[in-house]
Structures are given as structure tokens and as C-alpha cells.
Design a protein around this ligand. Structure first.
Ligand SMILES: [Zn+2]
Length: 53
């Protein structure tokens, strides 16, 4: 049994991709999605603040 070794790490050829859109990215989330998420979070915050006031 020599071929049963299952690597727990990602294959080397698997580059890091954005967790949101799946495109190759330098980090877990690409700039595009980071900006979008940031904007959505901001809008949500504004909305909540409006509801609370
Ligand atoms: Zn992305």
C-alpha cells in the first residue's frame, strides 16, 4: 500500500483563488469582491442605523 497517500494540502498547481468568485487571486478574496463586500456591508450598516434611529 504505497499509493494510498492522500495529500491533505492542495496540489501545487492549484493557485489561490477568490473565495467569492473563484477567480485567481493573491488573497482569499479578490479586490473586486472585497470592494463589493465592503460596499454591501456599508449599505447594510446604513440600513440598520436607519432602522435603529
Ligand atoms: Zn472575487
Amino acid at each position: 500500500m504505497t499509493q494510498a497517500e492522500k495529500p491533505t494540502q492542495r496540489p501545487e498547481h492549484a493557485k489561490q483563488v477568490c473565495n467569492v468568485c473563484g477567480k485567481p487571486s493573491a488573497s482569499t478574496i479578490c479586490d473586486t469582491c472585497a470592494n463589493r463586500v465592503r460596499g454591501e456591508a456599508l449599505e447594510r450598516k446604513k440600513h440598520e442605523e436607519k432602522l435603529n434611529s
